[in-house]
Design a protein around this ligand. Structure first.
Ligand code: SAH
Ligand code: SF4
Ligand code: F3S
Length: 466
């Protein structure tokens, strides 16, 4: 195959958090103008990018097994005279750039999260001759935001928008401050512009992203600073932007302005991912989380006062060094006190190289971690199941996103982020329709659109699952 500029295929595999999902889209945006179009088949690709996550050992190790699989494809392509560039991007690239180069010779390029705007130059360099390796793990966050292309290929009805990147919190278990660097906020004007472009392209729901999104403090045109609450209020003024969400937030940085946005801004959805990690003050302190269990509960009360139907989600780490049965019982207790309706994530503590908690001697045995993880997951699962089981009989506004698996079926999201399945006409995609919830199964809800006249007649099939 000849190496013409306009016929290149790009495959990106994304691991980790939503920030990586957003970044993968931006990489595609950067590479579109230099001739790369997306493919969903790695064996078809001229360039494969693995956008990686370093957060836990398992996430990190996936890179090497995936590179192993790709190496075979690369070799097969080489036999027929074609070249496949293999690139490792994201947080593993940032943390272990040199090591990847040494351990995985099939990898041509390694570049960190702050370098994606330089991709065309890096690819040109790698393409100069076979065997050239490119490593770029430089850090200036502002530059990345300044140089990302304005045009983006927004598809669907819901999109992520990064407003803040990096973290200064240094929780003692976490690699993010090292892989993403110090906290940096995008200026308000480009965020507003990007949101307007998204809405013009048909996006109805925007999820504001940041490793520590409520630390957002973006410079506004008049020189003042907007916090996240202010930004949400301004975004809510955009005609056609019907739903706003944000993730992930850090409890002690939730301020009054953000709480009042939950009270006053109807577009701000009643769902909040507010990680607490542990219910034990001793462990919270060892984690450097900067708040107590009681302070977290107080915050939850305030948020619920502002928005009584707020559904909460969280992250938990079990088996943090020094965690006793009593500390673990405190975690179960805070889960019971809060009630996590929206489902929460729980992980076994994974010692990450270079983080303080990895070096502590009081590591918890693997069997104990496994047991505790099971306990937390059962409780969280039961809370979410109870919340979902309380939905039938209610009417919820559902934003329809796509066709479902069965013919005539559509899937959307409730305000609480639950998937809702109905039977209805495809033109409902991209619209928010009130639905009577008739049943639930697993994490999904089933319902029927509340429709009038012609619309009801056009609904091809309706099925109640109750
Ligand atoms: N910025 C977010 C979370 C980023 S990482 C916050 O502060 O909440 C997502 C989740 O991964 C964390 O909330 C934590 O629960 C988990 N996590 C991070 N490092 C971990 C580690 N070393 N072992 C196990 N879980 C970890
Ligand atoms: Fe990691 Fe803590 Fe920062 Fe979250 S707040 S990204 S857990 S250091
Ligand atoms: Fe993973 Fe990096 Fe996100 S370590 S969780 S991809 S910030």
């Amino acid at each position: 195959m000849t190496d013409t500029r306009n016929s290149k295929k790009l495959f990106i595999k994304t691991y980790g958090c939503q920030m990586n999902v957003y970044d993968s889209q931006r990489m595609a945006d950067v590479l579109g103008p230099v001739g790369y179009s997306m493919t969903d088949r790695p064996d078809d690709a001229d360039m494969v990018i693995l956008n990686t996550c370093h957060i836990r050992e398992k996430a990190s190790e996936k890179v090497y097994s995936e590179v192993g699989r790709l190496r075979k494809m690369k070799e097969e392509k080489a036999e027929s005279g074609d070249r496949m560039l293999i690139a490792v991007a994201g947080c593993v690239a940032q943390a272990e750039g040199e090591e990847i180069m040494a351990r995985a010779p099939a990898v041509d390029m390694v570049f960190g999260p702050q370098t994606y705007h330089r991709l065309p130059q890096m690819i040109a360099e790698a393409n100069r001759a076979a065997g050239i390796k490119v490593l770029d793990t430089d850090f200036p966050v502002e530059e990345k935001f300044d140089h990302l292309p304005e045009e983006s290929n927004h598809e669907g009805v819901s999109a992520f928008l990064t407003v803040q990147e990096g973290c200064d919190k240094f929780c003692t278990y976490c690699v993010v401050p090292y892989t993403r660097g110090a906290e940096a906020s995008r200026a308000a004007a480009p965020v507003m512009e990007e949101a307007r472009r998204m809405v013009a392209a048909g996006i109805r729901e925007i999820t504001l992203l940041g490793q520590n999104v409520n630390a957002y403090h973006g410079e506004a045109a008049d020189g003042s600073e907007w916090g996240l609450g202010r930004l949400i209020r301004e975004l809510a003024e955009i005609d056609g932007l019907d739903r706003i969400r944000y993730t992930t937030s850090y409890p002690s940085e939730v301020d009054e302005e953000l709480i009042s946005a939950h009270r006053d801004v109807p577009q701000l959805m009643p769902y909040l991912h507010l990680p607490v990690q542990s219910g034990s003050d001793k462990i919270l302190e060892a984690m450097n989380r900067r708040h107590t269990a009681a302070e977290y509960l107080e915050l939850v009360d305030k948020l619920r006062e502002a928005r009584p139907d707020l559904a909460l989600s969280s992250d938990f780490i079990v088996g943090f060094p020094g965690e006793t049965d009593k500390d673990f019982a405190d975690t179960l207790s805070i889960i019971n006190k809060v009630g996590y309706d929206a489902g929460a994530f729980s992980f076994k503590f994974s010692p990450r190289p270079g983080t303080p908690a990895a070096a502590v001697e009081t590591q918890v045995p693997e069997e104990v971690k496994t047991e505790r993880l099971k306990g937390v997951q059962q409780l969280l699962e039961a809370q979410q199941a109870a919340f979902n089981a309380s939905m039938p009989g209610q009417t919820l506004p559902v934003l329809f996103e796509k066709a479902g698996r069965e013919p005539g079926q559509l899937v959307g999201r409730s305000p609480y982020l639950q998937p809702v399945h109905i039977f209805g006409p495809e033109r409902l995609i991209g619209r928010i329709i009130d639905c009577n919830i008739t049943g639930n199964e697993g994490h999904s809800l089933f319902g029927e659109p509340v429709m009038t006249g012609v619309e009801a007649g056009e609904t091809e099939r309706k099925r109640a699952y109750a």
